[in-house]
Write a protein of this length. Structure first.
Length: 760
């Protein structure tokens, strides 16, 4: 693309090439220069292009030098990509732009100005772990039990207060609501003092210290207001109160502030994002020009209409309607599944069908879910089908710390000589067995040619600190007791009691943060794995389970750039796009997520999350839900998500291609077979050689003849008609059979009462 050289005293006019290929609304946003501007950038509307072209246009017109433009993003990757694009449009002057994340830009300012606040220029920046360690030390000095009150929880409360610009005094007088907040108030006072004494700032300080600087030194604020003639903020709907205030201060003199965002994609309130920042922008700047970018370049008309019909149900939103010149495209397909395992298996089959019949690559397909815990069942199904996958925004289910911790406990029950597992859990959760004591135990074991476990069984000989000896004895006795229980009760009962006795799950509940509750959900999902293992495995025992798990966790065959299906949460998918998207787990209390700790669920944010999920799709979109789902080791009935009922029925079809049939209850009746009006082969296992029958064979229900019925067999039911066997759950006289009926969907029947005929 043509580059532009500016004459120093003669600013050039906008160059035609900078507007070429932009739609009218994009051109307006690019050509705008002075005064406040609100760009409402709908999903897939080309906001990054508009931002980069707008900056290039300011430079091309001579409105500002590169170092007079401040562009704030939320990721370093976004800043890097924008800078590279601008350099391609203009020249290397783009390298002098003040462009980066909030934290990187304001730490740069603080390095210059920090002496005014009592810091030296070489101040340290503490990350979350640094902060937690300091808070833990302070709590210990205040004689606060760090086992009962977690430092992480206190750090979270302090961070929340700092981002709301609430100092220690204000916190004490207005925000003490419980004993936890009382403790946080005590720690907060010492924490900010200790940071200062350490010549350190935490990540929150990088946002609030500039505000203190500008309030205390108006001449410094004025200098930066003059420097930054133009301010641009990407993803404005994700800003918190501190980010809002510091940028408002900088823009107060000239009001040349341009914010880009989409209120319909505000999904990070749990991180402090405040949607009112973008909703109230025109109240802050009454003279602001508002430009909506409504033309979507990503999705088909059907997908856009689907997403738009749902988000219109929100009350808190800016008015806009996305449209596209793209083709109408396929209608959105809704998949009704018997349970979560069926959901995973059928989606895996759909993925292969999309690849074989329509030419999609695995990398064209994304599978989205509300919580990380849902990934496990999909991982299992994809492995069985031989489908390569990668997890984005998280690690494999079985590699997550909390899962490895629980598995380590289980390994110790059958192999106490496993030193790695022992050292992993001996203080998880904390039991007061310190590093010094563990070091002494290990040293004694080496000197006496014993395992660490054997040494712990004779702990009195080691000479370690007496209280630590007592705790080691308690641990050894506890684990020995659980070992004796193996085989005397269902494995799931043993594991549940183990988790309760150790307090492993309780620590997540007590911590009560978004992260800790997610970890708890992952542990609950592991209980589902164990339950399903016992149901599906004859003579199931712990040794077999651990063997199966060890095979699943062997992930050393991944290619560097694999052609893989992408698995991720909807939060992680924001900003991405795929030709084919499956949005899964669309059930009440899951998506939308139910309220927690007595609080009402934020349905409007959950609806925005649904909107984000739907608008990731370019060509094909699938919604999926299960009629039952394993929760806490038990199978529970699920209710389909309310969002499915809000979708425009004109763009949604069942798997048979039928329209939605509304019931009097308001719920829609979805079918359960076919693919875009055609029949799909779910690749179920075929009957073993010699068992297929061309003639009809009636089944009798004794144990000997039960072997005639196999997964994959074609059957006829006197009421439900023809179908195919999906699964057999053998429990003697109480055996169940799961059948996918052509006209009735999936049914789970008691085999002894089902009057089936095998037809193939």
């Amino acid at each position: 693309m043509k580059q532009f050289a500016l004459q120093p005293d003669e600013p050039s006019q906008p160059q035609p090439d900078l507007l070429k290929g932009l739609n009218p609304e994009q051109q307006k946003a690019v050509q705008h220069s002075d005064g406040p501007l609100l760009i409402i950038a709908g999903a897939g509307s080309g906001k990054t292009r508009v931002l980069t072209y707008r900056i290039a246009n300011l430079l091309a017109k001579g409105k500002a030098e590169p170092n007079q433009i401040l562009a704030l993003t939320f990721t370093n990757k976004a800043a890097r990509e924008m800078r590279e694009r601008i350099e391609g449009l203009i020249d290397e002057r783009a390298r002098k732009l003040w462009m980066g994340t909030f934290h990187s830009i304001f730490s740069r300012i603080l390095r210059v100005e920090c002496e005014r606040l009592g810091y030296t220029q070489d101040f340290s920046i503490y990350d979350t772990q640094d902060s937690e360690r300091m808070i833990k030390t302070i709590m210990q000095e205040l004689n606060i039990d760090t086992k009962e009150i977690k430092p992480r929880n206190i750090r979270f409360i302090i961070s929340e207060a700092k981002n709301e610009l609430v100092g220690p005094q204000q916190f004490e007088s207005k925000f003490i609501q419980s004993s936890m907040h009382d403790i946080a108030a005590q720690v907060y006072r010492y924490y900010i003092t200790r940071l200062k004494e350490s010549n350190a700032m935490d990540f929150d300080d990088l946002l609030i210290k500039p505000i203190e600087l500008f309030e205390q030194y108006p001449e410094v604020l004025e200098a930066y207001q003059k420097r930054f003639k133009y301010i641009m903020i990407d993803e404005y709907q994700d800003t918190n109160h501190a980010q809002y205030k510091v940028t408002k201060m900088l823009a107060a003199a000239h009001h040349n502030i341009c914010v880009v965002g989409d209120d319909a994609q505000s999904i990070y309130s749990f991180r402090g994002a405040d949607i009112s920042n973008i909703l109230n922008f025109q109240q802050d700047y009454p003279e602001a020009i508002r430009i909506p970018l409504e033309q979507n370049y990503r999705s088909t008309k059907a997908i856009l209409k689907c997403a738009d019909s749902v988000i219109k149900n929100n009350d808190k939103q800016l008015d806009k309607t996305l449209w596209t010149a793209n083709e109408e495209g396929n209608t959105v397909t809704v998949l009704e599944n018997f349970n979560d395992r069926d959901e995973a298996n059928r989606i895996a089959s759909y993925i292969n069908q999309l690849k074989l019949e329509y030419g999609y690559k695995y990398s064209d397909i994304a599978l989205l879910y509300r919580t990380n815990a849902q990934s496990r069942v999909f991982e299992d199904a994809l492995r069985r089908k031989g489908i390569a996958y990668q997890i984005v925004g998280g690690i494999s289910f079985y590699q997550r710390k909390e899962i490895k911790d629980v598995v380590a406990y289980l390994k110790l029950l059958i192999n106490p000589a496993d030193e790695e597992s022992l050292m992993r859990v001996i203080n998880e959760p904390a039991r007061g067995i310190g590093d010094k004591s563990l070091s002494q135990i290990r040293e004694y074991a080496r000197q006496n040619n014993l395992s660490v476990w054997e040494t712990m069984q004779q702990i009195g000989e080691t000479g370690i600190y007496k209280p630590a000896q007592k705790r080691v004895v308690q641990f050894v006795e506890m684990m020995g007791g659980f070992t004796q229980r193996l085989g005397t009760e269902p494995l799931i009962d043993t594991v549940k009691t183990l988790l309760e006795t150790t307090g492993y799950v309780k620590q997540f509940v007590d911590e009560n943060t978004h992260e800790s509750l997610t970890r708890r959900e992952n542990v609950m999902e592991l209980l589902n794995v164990i339950t399903q293992f016992e149901e599906a495995t004859k003579n199931a025992d712990l040794s077999r389970f651990l063997q199966d798990i060890s095979l699943i966790t062997d992930l050393d065959a991944h290619e560097e750039n694999p052609q893989s299906v992408t698995l991720m949460t909807v939060h992680a998918a924001k900003g991405l796009e795929f030709p084919v998207v499956f949005v899964t787990g669309l059930e009440e209390e899951l998506f939308p997520m139910g309220g927690r700790n007595g609080e009402e669920a934020d349905i409007e944010e959950e609806r925005r999350l649904f909107y984000v999920a739907a608008t990731r799709a370019e060509e094909r979109l699938f919604f999926s839900y299960a009629k039952s789902r394993y929760k806490f080791g038990e199978e529970k009935i699920s209710t389909r998500s309310r969002f499915l009922d809000e979708v425009d029925p004109g763009v949604v079809r069942t798997e048979t291609g039928a329209t939605i049939r509304q019931k009097s209850s308001g719920r829609s009746d979805f079918g359960s077979s076919g693919f875009g009006g055609t029949t799909i082969d779910y690749d179920w296992k075929k009957p073993a050689s010699g068992t297929s029958r061309s003639s009809t064979t009636e089944i009798h229900y004794d144990n000997e003849d039960l072997s005639l019925l196999r997964t994959g067999a074609k059957v006829v039911h006197p009421k439900f008609g023809p179908g195919k066997v999906i699964n057999l759950e053998s429990r003697g006289e109480d055996s169940n059979v799961v059948i996918f009926f052509q006209n009735q969907g999936q049914k789970k029947l008691k085999l002894k009462h089902a009057k089936l005929k095998i037809i193939g």
